[in-house]
Design a protein around this ligand. Structure first.
Ligand code: ADP
Length: 328
């Protein structure tokens, strides 16, 4: 369902990159996820025994890069930083398996980013992230040159805000900055002004709007965020997503349904969604169409365990999106 409302604020959002060639640069984090199943999460000072340790490639930046390349079919470069350790080798191999260009990933004198994750039987995660190398990501001349050739720059908030600023500044005119504002943190005014498309889940949307508004309805949150950016996507897990845009004739809200699947593991659904959204925008899709394709990719991702390992192939994403389109 789509609705038009009153005339929006400037600048409006075209939602498309005219003549976009499908080039995406993802600027962000890469983490090795150390995952243990536990009977329950330990309290302070407590030791408990868990299951066998799993070591998975993760980090929002690296996950989204694999999403854009493998599930979105875009020419994708990852700009990030890894240490000099075997976790770095694991991540590089996963990125390359996913079809991501890694030539601009730097090796720095800090441990590769690590996420310590315990998973309780009800599927709840407790996570501690040691950013390590992710705190040392830089946008140097080579990275800026690649960003300047991109149609879409996709960033998240697991790297220093200055990195996001530098990536935004290196864009060519007409290229889009898609910011997945996760994990939640306050955004300074100058960063708000660089965003073309903001992607958040409903918790992050509420955090960005702030508690003073007391707002929890996703559509109202999207409308409030649209006062600050030209386009917003609020993802709602198995309930789909809301796309709100300022267009020349007014504001447009589009509900994008989730594609029904049997969910096995929701880790990485949001990252796959963001990667495919960026890839579709880079090829010139409008934002609602990009979100429909991203929804198919997110749905396939939840049918498999893991993050980067759960990212589907582009052909399967397109096939499911077509089937879903026929159903609605
Ligand atoms: P995040 O992981 O960032 O919280 P979401 O859980 O909102 O992101 O998922 C992003 C998108 O992935 C959703 O908007 C939806 O299209 C798809 N998705 C997530 N969970 C499911 C599910 N259980 N079934 C079908 N699609 C899903």
């Amino acid at each position: 369902m789509s609705t038009t409302a009153d005339a929006g604020q400037d600048p409006t959002h075209g939602g498309t990159v005219p003549g976009g060639s499908g080039r995406v640069v993802v600027v962000g984090s890469a983490n090795v996820d150390l995952v243990v199943d536990v009977p329950r999460h330990p309290g302070g000072g407590e030791t408990i025994l868990g299951g066998d340790l799993r070591r998975n490639p993760g980090g929002k930046g690296a996950n989204q890069a694999v999403g854009a390349a493998r599930a979105g079919g875009a020419d994708t470069t990852f700009v990030g930083a890894l240490g000099h350790d075997d976790a770095a080798d694991l991540l590089r191999a996963s990125l390359e398996r996913g079809g991501v260009r890694t030539d601009l990933v730097e090796r720095v004198d800090a441990p590769t980013g690590t996420a310590l994750i315990t998973v309780s039987p009800d599927g709840e995660n407790a996570i501690v992230v040691a950013p390590g190398a992710n705190s040392h990501v830089t946008v140097g001349a080579a990275q800026a040159e690649r960003i300047a050739a991109a149609d879409v720059v996709l960033a998240q908030l697991e790297v220093p805000l200055d990195v996001v600023r530098a990536a935004a500044a290196a864009r060519r005119p007409g290229a889009l900055l898609v910011l997945n504002a996760a994990p939640s943190r306050d955004l300074p005014d100058d960063l708000w002004d660089t965003i073309d498309v903001l992607v958040v889940n409903e918790h992050e949307a509420a955090d960005l709007v702030g508690p003073t508004e007391g707002e929890t309805d996703p559509s109202s949150l999207a409308s409030l965020l649209l006062l600050r950016v030209p386009a917003v996507v609020v993802t709602l897990g198995g309930r789909g997503s809301l796309v709100h845009e300022r267009l020349p004739g007014g504001t447009l809200g589009t509900d994008v349904p989730a594609v029904p699947v049997d969910a096995v593991d929701t880790t990485g659904a949001g990252d796959t969604f963001c990667g495919v959204l960026a890839a579709a925008l880079a090829r010139g899709a409008d934002l609602p169409d990009a979100a429909r394709l991203a929804a198919a990719a997110g749905a396939l991702a939840v049918t498999r365990p893991g993050a980067q390992d759960a990212v589907p192939d582009a052909a399967d994403v397109v096939a499911l999106a077509r089937r879903a389109d026929g159903l609605t």
